[in-house]
Design a protein around this ligand. Sequence first.
Ligand code: GLY
Ligand code: MN
Ligand code: MN
Length: 493
Amino acid sequence: MADTTSDATSNRSTTPVSDTFRDFISGGWADRPESVPAPREVAPFAAARRARISALHPGERLVVPAGPAKVRSNDTDYVYRAHSAFSHLTGWGSDAVPGSVLVLEPTADGHDATLYFLPTAGRDSDEFYANAAIGEFWTGPRPSLAHVAADLGVATRPLGELDAILDAADAATRIVRDADRELTDRIDGRRLLDADPAAADADVDADPDLQLARDLSELRLVKDAYEIAQMRAAVAATKRGFDDIVADRDAARTHERGERVVEGTFNRRARMDGNTVGYETIAASGPHACILHWIRNDGPVRDGDLILVDAGVELDSLYTADITRTLPVNGRFTEVQRRVYEAVREAADAAFAIVRPGIRFREIHATAMQVIAARTAEWGFLPVSAEESLQEGAQYHRRYMVHGTSHHLGIDVHDCAAARRDLYLDGVLEPGMVFTIEPGLYFQPDDLTVPEEFRGIGVRIEDDILVTEDGAENLSIAIPRTADDVEAWLAGS
Ligand code: GLY
Ligand code: MN
Ligand code: MN
């Protein structure tokens, strides 16, 4: 099933090239009725998001590419995923056409939004049957301009018309730089011609593109009603995956790469429900749980060990959950495992208890750390008291939890990543924010500062939290999380 015509594969091409063949393959096809759908649910929300970024950048052309497909190896691509900023501003998710570009063109009182993309090529074109990268025979038909315009509620034009827009030197242009290398290079080239030195300046405060990336990230800090509904659905889909892991765990215990079985069980549920995963599933059993981003998942799942599963379902809209549960493989925590587990849960509960509009994001982490420091001090692992360890210049307890407690969550698993510290770590919580609370304790197998029975134990409990008008809601509360509830879940009750 290889591309049979590109330069890269001309050594193995078998595509017929005769005019006779071209004539034959271009005819004999039924008409394709043009369907014009009603706008999808996200359309008015995406329009409101565009209006907000428009208001921040009057008189400027804003270019937000979806980006090309990413190469996995030579002529084989990964499943396509549009850039998150593009998806956020258009509402186009898993069905976005690769290489599309949203342009907000400045007008007297705002911006006109136009979505440029490649509609399906005619059946009389070579692309139709001979282009494995984008041809209809290879990757399926693309929607028409009219279809997408109605579907997303935004004006559409053929991608071929984009050059003329971008080459017009009549407005300052900002581009989301990390979406489409080729397009970014073109705009940089244009700027060199116009002798605009700002593009080369890496300082966020001066660089117009980094400012745009920052603004688009900050636009996502507070979720709208559509996004919150998507987050609820992503969490519900993720719960189904965790329920399957629990139900099928005997298959993992009897397999030499049981972690793969656990990963496969979760990912199969995501796929069976029509979804995908928002990041590589972490299935980390025994001491692998102490490796924060363990995604090789090639180890066994042994009785007496814990298995840490960090997994999230991503929907067609690209919104993803991010949830961790740590389960005793044989259904019962040992005394030491339970002690560690409940300390982590205590940290998570303490952090959750303070969440409400008006507090600062960083207070969540600080609250969780008070518990982590208190417990590790009580167990005699710290060379100083918990109070001393919590001093900024000490932080001994962080040896056992080197990661942060929370990150924003949404269309990216680590959402809003380019937001300013003032609005992120030092930011004040507002209703509609969604983030994780995910404390953990990880005692490396060779850590001589802890007694032997603690070594190789890794526990994380991660929940997805929505800030409400007067407090917070744990969106993932339905997935058992206390030690007792986890044991009851595993016992099938
Ligand atoms: N799954 C990555 C994280 O928890 O941040
Ligand atoms: Mn997380
Ligand atoms: Mn996670």
